[in-house]
Write a protein that binds this ligand. Structure first.
Ligand SMILES: Nc1nc2c(ncn2[C@@H]2O[C@H](COP(=O)(O)OP(=O)(O)OP(=O)(O)O)[C@@H](O)[C@H]2O)c(=O)[nH]1
Ligand SMILES: [Mg+2]
Length: 658
């Protein structure tokens, strides 16, 4: 690999190392443990050891009391590591290497990097029987291309709780070759071989030597057969490829007494000693082979996380779209009753105040018939509007009750949706948001394995293109959901209801909108006379609680009596119409439907657009705000991160083949 490719690989790998755990945390799609292991391997085996000259780390491991420390001492030629006692005597890792290697301080600190510890020499071997950072001993008996490591066992303990598993895991993850020591009592222990298999074959296949501490009476064939059982349990069918040698260490009391070192014999019997086998490993070739296999696997894993992140991001976007659309539906629900009388009266006032001077003069001198307005303003109760300083009509008690009922239903269904484990909404495919939601559902389902296909779902509600979308609440909002669940909902409802006048009052924004509407109507309609008649007919009879029905464009508003207006500004509901049902009164019947639409339509629209915004703000303040904010922030941040991850996976792949 050329130098600049190596540099690119190093840079992109470092970025992936930073971003893969970040995206997993950010989108909370679980896999934390997998990703931790991946990160450890990238740290310990790739980033620290991209150089092919880095020595191989040979790890002696095995079950408790299998003879690991005895073997370690035998290889280094001195009883550094404590042996005997009860199983699990070693509580930390002991490292040994040639003096020459210890003079290369850079290599030594990279060696300790996976353990996140500074290297300390072994002073007292008792220190190894208490947990702590790895210790080292210098030994010129260790071949210069190797670092030898004695590790704690991984099977002392009970009921699945193992005393030394974490240290053993760290040691195995950082090892380049394994020296597995086993005995007749544990050679077929699947739990042990499964653990090693998981460590050695997950990311980058690592090779091993098998050391069988066995009775001298065992025949070579038996030893080989048992050793191959171990090999198959670790590597599966390809076992032969990964076993570098099988050795037997015959039980010997002189070894147990510490009078003699352990002697290893190759199986089948050859001249070469175990030490010789270690010395003649082509460590450079093995390191390169390992690096490319680890890198390949690390990238496969990174790609897997990347795909999961994309699915999770799609799920979050889908959740967000459904939530906002559901909120739009609830806002509609809160605005079922239109204070027609109140709004119309105020509009008439504004209209009159902006009459041309000659009309005002005529009105003052009584030359203009203005009976309907006199009736209106004469009977209405008035209150001072603090904001605009103008007079407005106080809404009737009956109407306020209706608003309160609507609002109560709406906030309760919003609250229910937002704290539920699953959220759903119906939408018509004519809406761009619904299209987007359907595409997200299809992408997620295509990327998910079939077992987990329950989330999300889409159901056809009727034959007219209306779909109902279901998605589980995304884990990124769990905390906010919990906050809402734990908060005092009853008092939140009280606080929302106490602000119901947000709906009934004419805010200064509406005032302004109505003024603009009056101007534009006047310019479109020309002279007062043309619509005077309509006003006269309408304003007297429109009931305060004219009910509003919302219809998606696929519904059938045709034929319904009332004013139909297209609404805008609500999230996800682009084809929404409001139909204001005007009870059939004689005066209204007489009114031309076209005039009704022309005059009342824009006023209804102005009011609803304004109120949507205000009620939506109220919902976001009291119910949905926290969840919307978290979802939006994570959506944006994770999208960036996913893009960066994609770029770096590609860059690593390119550097690898160069
Ligand atoms: N008879 C006999 N005993 C041995 C032989 N090799 C090791 N032992 C004994 O087996 C026991 C365990 O040996 P250790 O080397 O401490 O085993 P270990 O795998 O390091 O054990 P832990 O560190 O506790 O996991 C000790 O009492 C050793 O003396 C041998 O060849 N023959
Ligand atoms: Mg030991």
């Amino acid at each position: 690999m050329k130098n600049h490719y190596k540099q690119n690989l190093n840079d992109s790998l470092r970025k992936l190392r930073r971003d893969i755990p970040r995206i997993t945390d950010m989108l909370r799609f679980g896999r934390g443990k997998d990703v931790d292991r991946w990160a450890n391997i990238v740290d310990g085996k790739l980033l620290a050891r991209l150089s092919p000259d880095f020595p191989l780390l040979a790890t002696i491991c095995g079950g408790g009391s299998s003879g690991k420390s005895t073997l370690f001492n035998s290889l280094v030629g001195e009883a550094f590591s404590p042996v005997g006692g009860s199983a699990g005597i070693n509580r930390r890792v002991l490292i040994s290497a040639h003096r020459e290697l210890f003079s290369r301080t850079e290599d030594i600190s990279s060696l300790f990097e996976p353990f996140e510890c500074l290297p300390d020499p072994l002073k007292d071997k008792k220190d190894l029987t208490v947990p702590g950072c790895p210790l080292y001993v210098v030994s010129d008996a260790v071949p210069q291309n190797l670092v030898l490591m004695d590790t704690p066992d991984f099977d002392t303990g009970a009921k699945g709780v193992y005393m030394n598993r974490d240290v053993a895991r760290q040691a195995l993850e950082s090892s380049d070759i394994l020296i597995y020591v086993f005995t007749n009592s544990n050679y077929n222990n699947r739990e042990n071989t499964d653990f090693i298999s998981e460590m050695l074959t997950g990311i980058g296949m690592r090779k091993c030597f098998l050391v069988y501490r066995v009775y001298p009476s065992f025949k070579e064939e038996e030893v080989r057969e048992h050793a191959m059982t171990v090999a198959h349990n670790i590597y599966g069918r390809e076992a032969d490829r990964y076993v570098m040698g099988i050795y037997r260490a015959d039980e010997d009391n002189a070894v147990a007494d510490g009078r003699r070192f352990m002697a290893l014999r190759p199986v089948p019997n050859k001249d070469s000693s175990f030490m010789n086998a270690l010395k003649t490993i082509d460590s450079r070739a093995l390191r390169l082979e390992l690096l490319s296999s680890i890198l390949k696997d690390a990238l496969i894993k990174a790609r897997e996380v990347f795909e999961l992140a994309k699915i999770s991001h799609d799920e979050l976007c889908l959740y967000f779209d459904i939530l906002l659309t559901a909120q739009s539906h609830c806002v509609n629900e809160a605005l079922q009753h239109f204070p027609m009388e109140q709004v119309m009266k105020r509009f008439a006032e504004i209209w009159m105040s902006t009459d041309p001077t000659h009309v005002k003069t005529m009105r003052k001198t009584g030359r203009l018939i203005e009976m309907p307005f006199k009736v209106l303003f004469g009977t209405a109760r008035r209150v001072k509007n603090k904001i605009s300083g103008t007079e407005i009509v106080d809404p009737t008690v009956d109407f306020i009750d209706k608003i309160e009922e609507d609002l109560l239903n709406a906030v309760n269904s919003m609250h229910y949706s937002v704290v539920s484990p699953e959220i759903s909404v119906s939408a018509t495919l004519k809406d761009p948001v619904a299209k987007r939601m359907l595409e997200a559902v299809q992408r997620i389902r295509a990327g998910k394995d079939l077992k987990d296909i329950q989330n999300p779902r889409v159901a056809e509600s009727n034959g007219m293109g209306t779909l109902t979308f279901f998605v589980a609440a995304h884990p990124v909002v769990f905390q906010e959901q919990k906050k809402l669940q734990d908060s005092d909902w009853k008092s939140a409802v009280q606080s929302i209801l106490s602000r119901r006048d947000v709906i009934s009052q004419l805010s200064d924004v509406i005032e302004q909108d109505l003024k603009e509407l009056a101007d534009s109507l006047r310019s479109r309609m020309g002279v007062w006379a043309k619509i005077r008649q309509t006003f006269s007919a309408l304003l007297n009879v429109v009931p305060a609680t004219a009910a509003v029905t919302y219809i998606l464009s696929t519904g059938d508003p045709v034929g319904a009596a009332g004013i139909k207006v297209k609404l805008t500004g609500l999230f996800g509901l682009h084809d929404l119409y409001a139909l204001v049902a005007i009870p059939a009164t004689t005066s209204l019947k007489k009114a031309d439907q076209k005039q009704l639409d022309a005059v009342l339509g824009p006023i209804v629209q102005t009011w609803l657009n304004n109120k949507f915004k205000e009620v939506q703000d109220l919902f976001e303040q009291e119910i949905t705000g926290g969840i919307i904010r978290v979802a939006k922030d994570v959506m944006d941040e994770s999208e960036n991160l996913i893009n960066q991850i994609e770029v770096n996976i590609k860059a690593c792949g390119k550097a690898m083949i160069s």
